[in-house]
Ligand binder design. Structure first.
Ligand SMILES: NC(=O)c1ccc[n+]([C@@H]2O[C@H](COP(=O)([O-])OP(=O)(O)OC[C@H]3O[C@@H](n4cnc5c(N)ncnc54)[C@H](O)[C@@H]3O)[C@@H](O)[C@H]2O)c1
Length: 438
């Protein structure tokens, strides 16, 4: 194993948190961070703010808070900015999203209203349901990247920030697969100049951020930082990347339940998942091309956890289906139903039903915060490229081409915490002591 970094550069000054896409998730995150730093609400669901980490042997009794153990930027030092294709400031956008109540928006209304989106880089063919009015003009995609880079530099300067980190909170784009243009830095830069149609709007933000050495986490399933050209650029410029698609409602439940079934060697015949949601994300996902991107992101989870090829008797014939239905009356308060057909001893069938009345953005907001802080920490520890230890936060975790992604929430959690231990030169927790052999 490699040696841990000898030093993690300390946090200093202000950290700019840049959010491409200032809709329901982004506004819920920013409002929550503003409330939490004033002591007006608790950042529940955030590992960096609420979580602890055990160090050494259990007998040592060392369990600090994660934020005391690793040098994260404190909430007080965060400044928020970003882009959207609509001009509303964050207060207006939060009211429009209708996630947070007036009792939460009123105390921070002035501060929130000051966060005004920069004009977005937007080609409507990737998100057909939205008709953005607050968009940049340029002669080609290369020029748009340059404009975004200038925005980043201006924002850091105007806010007096020390550095920045970006978390994509924009819409899900139509399904795209990597093409020849995505294979190297050279081919991608040529594609930018030639307006290659395989380069979507979200890829422009990712490219601009990496060029500015801004760590980039992708909260949507978009093809933004998951192709060879971007890995090459990130390695060369020493920038951390993470993605993709925040793991929140139904997939969070899947990655909690499936490892349990597997651990107890219970069989699975089928898993049917359906959702109703009525926010703007739901409207975008109502388009079949955009839904396809989400579907691919959601479908990989069960097979990767259950490994049917290793256990065909239990998992060799699973029927897995995922649906999302746009249903405006529910707004952001999604309802996700799951039906699991499982079987036990001698093959006797049983069923599990899950009805999760969740709030999408309430589950996503702490993930945005943790990713911003941990990606910034990764950059200060000189980590670069895909940060697999942050798989914990994603539905479709990015991974090295030669390995499969890790979906099991408990393994992901172990991996994340062991990475923090390793970063600080603490021993990794394996649960193997010498009590059995002495
Ligand atoms: N909420 C969750 O639980 C959850 C979970 C996983 C992933 N996500 C993903 O997170 C993203 C945000 O979700 P949301 O509920 O906030 O959606 P939202 O529709 O409320 O917000 C997305 C915002 O992105 C903007 N946008 C679209 N294209 C843009 C561009 N090119 N440049 C700048 N802005 C652009 C839209 O105008 C909109 O304001 C979606 O892609 C969603 O699929 C959300």
């Amino acid at each position: 194993m490699k040696k841990p970094p000898s030093t993690i550069r300390p946090h200093q000054g202000k950290l700019a948190v840049l959010l491409p896409g200032m809709g329901a998730v982004a506004t819920t995150f920013v409002a929550g961070a503003m409330l939490a730093r004033r002591g007006l609400a608790k950042p529940i669901g955030s590992l960096t703010q609420m979580g602890t980490i055990r160090l050494g042997k259990r007998s040592e009794g060392r369990t600090p808070r994660i934020q005391e153990f690793v040098p994260l930027a404190p909430l007080d030092d965060l400044v928020f900015g970003g882009w959207d294709i609509f001009p509303e400031n964050m207060l207006e956008a939060a009211r429009h999203a209708n996630v947070l109540e007036a009792k939460h928006l009123d105390p921070i209304a002035d501060e929130l209203a000051k966060v005004v989106p920069m004009k977005g880089a937007f080609y409507p063919e990737y998100v057909k349901r939205l008709h953005g009015t607050h968009v940049k003009q340029a002669k080609n995609k290369a020029e748009l990247v340059e404009q975004l880079r200038q925005d980043i530099r201006d924002f850091i300067r105007d806010q007096g920030a020390d550095r920045a980190v970006a978390v994509w909170c924009g819409s899900t784009e139509v399904y795209l697969e990597p093409t020849a243009v995505h294979q190297s830095v050279k081919s991608f830069e040529k594609g930018l100049l030639e307006n290659d149609p395989a380069i979507s709007s979200s890829q422009l933000y990712a490219w601009a951020c990496i060029k500015e050495r801004v760590p980039y986490a992708n909260g949507a399933p978009n093809l933004s930082v998951d192709f060879p050209a971007v890995w090459e650029l990130a390695r060369e410029l020493r920038v951390p990347l993470a993605g993709k698609d925040f793991k929140t409602g139904q997939t969070l439940m899947k990655t909690i339940l499936a490892p349990g079934l597997k651990a107890r060697q219970l069989g699975l015949a089928g898993w049917f998942s359906t959702n109703i949601l009525g926010n703007r994300d739901g409207e975008v996902l109502d388009d079949p091309d955009n839904f396809k991107t989400k579907e691919v992101s959601k479908l990989g989870v069960i097979e990767t956890i259950l490994q049917p090829e290793k256990n065909p008797d239990l998992y060799g014939n699973i029927f897995h289906k995922v649906r999302i239905e746009y249903y405006p009356p529910r707004g952001d308060a999604k309802e996700g139903w799951d039906n699991l057909d499982i079987f036990g001893w001698l093959g006797y069938p049983m069923q599990i039903k899950v009805d999760f009345l969740c709030r999408d953005s309430i589950l996503a907001a702490p993930i945005v915060l943790d990713l911003a802080l941990l990606m910034d920490l990764a950059a200060r520890a000189d980590f670069r490229g895909t940060q697999e230890w942050l798989s914990f936060y994603f539905k479709s975790p990015m991974h090295a081409p030669e390995v499969y992604p890790e979906h099991d929430l408990f393994i992901q959690s172990m991996k994340l915490k062991n990475t923090l231990r390793w970063m600080k030169g603490e021993s990794l927790i394996t649960h193997l002591g010498n009590e059995y052999y002495d």
